[in-house]
Design a binder for this molecule. Structure first.
Ligand SMILES: NC(=O)c1ccc[n+]([C@@H]2O[C@H](COP(=O)([O-])OP(=O)(O)OC[C@H]3O[C@@H](n4cnc5c(N)ncnc54)[C@H](OP(=O)(O)O)[C@@H]3O)[C@@H](O)[C@H]2O)c1
Length: 345
């Protein structure tokens, strides 16, 4: 008998849904058997229901799957969710109540105190929240979330530095247009321009960072100040980060901390885990979105330009792939962790 695990995608026709379809192709553990979207798409084969925006063709294994409406009947036990936030709350809850495990990208449940906001390298221990979640909500299933696409880049760069005592964090992002979904920002607004506002993004970065870097029961108290900008880059969120530390540390200490950082996914060799989750680049003009973001299958975070900060202690640049490590890839790695840690029913 096969040990492979059937999985489904809610919101399969959208931008992130397409990234899931692409990322799950040839997965060593998971078989994509079910695709869900709105009533507008239900009943159509995937090739007709979706307008494919990624490079290349729709992967052959998914082309003929008939899209279902977003109801739990007939859906697999393990579900990825990439639904529009306006509908995700009720639908994800209905699937969890019906016994499904929902691994979600949507913001709706991220800040619920009984829902893990998971980055497997950083806070796998937050999976301990699931027992209380099931009990309090009366669900036989469960909801696990991954962070906002800019937050994940920041926390991956900060996690190796936690041992120096994070006192204050100031971050300014330059975020790719793919982070706004499709059609996203109007071309007249973003061509040769910068838009210094992304609705709700700064609050999400500040709160999610504290939750992820804290314990399962209490967020980190460190102050985080985020300024978010949309820039004319297709894929890859890049950010300038300044940090104040409690402890004295040299530049060599910090670079060693970045380079030596590993988590449970690396120790267990999970299929989607990058061997080195944080890659420090010593070239003076790297990382760059166009040159670096696709490396390591989009799953690593690239850091560079470490230097003293005259206001806080040190400053540096960080880059990550917003639709892979910031969305579909993050959720697939979460599912691999859940499975390997025994939380999958
Ligand atoms: N883009 C990113 O980089 C990124 C990163 C992290 C997280 N996210 C989050 O991921 C989610 C999806 O983002 P996206 O950019 O992929 O959005 P999108 O392209 O607009 O896709 C939305 C999906 O939701 C489905 N949907 C809409 N109304 C529905 C309903 N009533 N019932 C069931 N399904 C419904 C759509 O199906 P139809 O095609 O049938 O309408 C579509 O599959 C959002 O919550 C977003 O905040 C996005």
């Amino acid at each position: 008998m096969s040990n492979r695990i059937p999985v489904g995608i809610l919101g399969a026709t959208g931008m992130v849904g397409q990234e899931f379809v692409s990322f799950l192709q040839n997965h060593p553990w998971f078989d994509l058997t079910w695709l869900g979207a709105s009533d507008r798409s239900a009943g159509k084969p995937y090739r007709e229901a979706t307008s494919w925006r990624l490079g290349g063709e729709i992967p052959a294994y998914a082309r003929d799957i008939v899209v279902s409406d977003s109801k739990p009947e007939g859906a697999p036990q393990l579900m990825f969710s990439a639904m529009d936030a306006s509908v995700a709350t009720e639908i994800e809850q209905a699937f969890a109540a019906s016994g499904r495990t929902i691994v979600s990208n949507s913001r709706n449940h991220r800040m619920d105190t009984d829902v893990p906001l998971l980055v497997p390298e950083i806070n796998a221990d937050h999976l301990s929240l699931l027992a209380g979640q099931k009990k309090a909500r009366g669900w036989s299933g469960q909801i696990i979330t991954n962070p906002n696409c800019s937050t994940v880049v920041l926390v991956m760069a900060l996690a190796p530095l936690k041992k120096f005592g994070l006192k204050k964090i100031v971050v300014t992002t330059m975020q790719a247009i793919s982070g706004a979904g499709y059609p996203g920002v109007a071309s007249m607004d973003i061509n040769a321009n910068v838009v210094p506002f992304i609705g709700g993004e700064e609050e999400k970065m500040q709160q999610e960072t504290q939750k992820i870097l804290g314990t399962a029961s209490a967020p980190l108290e460190t102050l985080v100040s985020a300024s978010c900008n949309r820039v004319p880059v297709v894929d890859g969120h890049i950010m300038s980060v300044s940090v104040e530390f409690e402890q004295k540390s040299s530049e060599a200490d910090i670079i060693n901390a970045f380079r030596g950082f590993r988590g449970i996914p690396q120790q267990k060799g999970l299929p989607s885990a990058p061997p080195c989750p944080v890659i420090y680049m010593s070239e003076k003009d790297r990382p760059q979105p166009r040159r670096d973001v696709e490396r390591e299958n989009g799953m690593a975070v690239f850091v560079g330009r470490l230097r003293p900060c005259p206001v806080l202690t040190y400053k540096f640049t960080a880059l990550g792939h917003n639709t892979v490590r910031g969305a579909a890839g993050a959720a697939v790695l979460n599912a691999e962790l859940i499975k390997s840690e025994g939380f999958l029913g």
